[in-house]
Design a protein around this ligand. Structure first.
Ligand SMILES: [Zn+2]
Length: 482
């Protein structure tokens, strides 16, 4: 039984940076090989390795000094937070507010127009003004990349609105000051020292330009509503972090299609096989549902496909680093795709498909956990209506589950469409469906264990995903997009 192996104590919760994570990878690779798949990772093997960097802030050595007129104040971690790039370094200069901080000639938007930010520190509000497609912005057209391209020496960022309140919380601040963040390693990046301002400090700085954080949040997504401004305050920032570079891996294999032409197109099935770090007290997070369920189902689907090859090829990919910020799928899309993205017809991604709400369960945390016959689908109609129709039709012919689109509402606060690996494919225009059982009380807890899995439901979803993928793999045309 795949799930009992993957969620075992011996695998320790499958944390991407843990040494025994590679054992899970070997297990998946060995099965794909046995099913007759061809490796599309490194050197024709199944492991697609990539480097990540883990970053720990060094509180005592990190500070921000602000000078307003003749007054100088010093601030520490908690007043601000480290940004994801987490580079050690220091910078000194006047602060210039640059609105959304986007500079894209292709999209005819330049927040830096007419500004001289050379040797200055820029303050970026973030957000995406109306009319900008953030998925088409290159690295040097936004955020730190754009700041560096314009000669800035440091970056201050405003927190996203939905995090601003948490940041006032002392225990949040303490945890953030300890927290390990992990990102993909990039070579020769020369990132700028950067940090995210807590809401109080942000207001203090913004007030020197007659602005308020609250009004910036209101204006952030409107077109041209945030005007750049030179602020009457200068900063000296010193950031110190410990970094540790680790190699990890996705597991990827291809089953070649039976049609000589159509085999150049790929139906992708995906799940993430990583989960969370064992706590300092030794508590293991088995991640039976998240995403042991999707991983086990993916093995079963890979096997079933191999018994009767479809016309198109099948790419099965188990992503690593999902819990750290969709890193494995980011690597396979933004950095070095195992198969060129324009050959991918669809991605069917499963993450948490093994739980159902027990009868009589009144817990608030289980409010949106689906029952044994229901599965949430997210994204099926966003890129290809035809995909949505095929998915609905396939279900009504075979599994007859209840397909629930609650989390597909663009206004749903959980923003699930952006929260698992399918998003990295969708942002490149690959049609996707995400299969999900809903948030529940054991989510990201040591209690996400195998005994709570509804195997009957998990099997039904795996069959639905298989049948939907099978149909798309044998279509006489490529899925229409729009
Ligand atoms: Zn997950």
């Amino acid at each position: 039984m795949h799930l009992r192996f993957l969620a075992s104590d011996e695998l320790g919760g499958r944390y991407t940076l843990a040494p025994n994570f590679a054992i899970a990878a070997r297990y998946l690779a060995a099965h794909l090989e046995a099913y007759g798949y061809r490796g599309v990772g490194d050197k024709g093997g199944f492991l697609q390795s990539f480097d990540v960097v883990s970053i720990r802030p060094e509180s005592a050595k990190s500070s921000l000094e602000l000078t307003f007129g003749d007054k100088t104040g010093t601030y520490g971690l908690g007043d601000f937070f480290l940004s994801r790039s987490g580079t050690s370094g220091s910078a000194e200069g006047q602060i210039i507010f640059v609105g959304a901080g986007i500079s894209s000639s292709a999209q005819k938007h330049d927040d830096y127009a007419g500004l001289d930010v050379k040797r200055k520190i820029v303050l970026i509000a973030g957000g995406t003004p109306a009319g900008i497609d953030s998925s088409r912005l290159a690295e040097n057209e936004q955020g730190e990349g754009a700041a560096r391209a314009h000669g800035a020496v440091g970056v201050l960022q405003l927190a996203q609105e939905r995090y601003a309140e948490f940041m006032r919380d002392k225990s949040f601040q303490e945890r953030a000051a300890q927290r390990e963040t992990v990102r993909l390693a990039k070579d020769g990046e020369g990132a700028l020292p950067a940090l995210t301002l807590g809401p109080d400090l942000a207001d203090k700085i913004l007030s020197t330009g007659g602005m308020k954080l609250k009004s910036i949040y209101e204006a952030i997504n409107e077109k041209d509503s945030l005007k750049p401004k030179v602020l009457n305050v200068s900063a000296r920032m010193t950031i110190s972090v410990q970094t540790n570079r680790v190699t990890t891996q996705n597991v990827a294999g291809v089953l070649e299609g039976s049609d000589p032409q159509l085999k150049n197109e790929y139906v992708v099935f995906s799940a993430h096989y990583d989960h969370l770090k064992t706590s300092p007290k030794g508590e293991i997070y088995p991640g039976a549902d998240d995403d042991g369920s999707g991983t086990s189902a993916l093995l079963a689907i890979a096997h079933a496909m191999s018994l009767n090859r479809p016309k198109r090829s099948v790419l099965v990919i188990f992503h690593a680093g999902e819990e750290l910020g969709l890193l494995g799928s980011q690597y396979n899309t933004d950095f070095a795709p195992a198969i060129p993205l324009n050959q991918l017809v669809v991605d069917l991604n499963m993450d948490m498909i093994g739980r159902s709400k027990p009868p009589g369960d009144q817990m608030k945390a289980d409010e949106h956990l689906s029952d044994g016959k229901t599965v949430y689908l997210v994204g099926s109609n966003r890129i290809s209506n035809e995909l949505h129709e095929i998915s609905e039709e396939t279900n009504s012919q075979f599994q007859r589950m209840k397909l629930d689109y609650y989390y597909n509402d663009p206004n749903n606060p959980e923003r699930i469409y952006y929260r698992s690996d399918h998003w990295n494919y969708a942002k490149h225009g690959v049609p996707i469906i995400f299969y999900f059982d809903g948030v529940h009380v054991d989510y990201h807890r040591p209690s996400d264990t195998v005994d709570k899995i509804d195997f009957n439901k998990m099997t039904q979803i795996a069959r639905l995903v298989f049948e939907t993928g099978w149909r798309i793999a044998n279509l006489d045309h490529r899925l229409k997009t729009q």
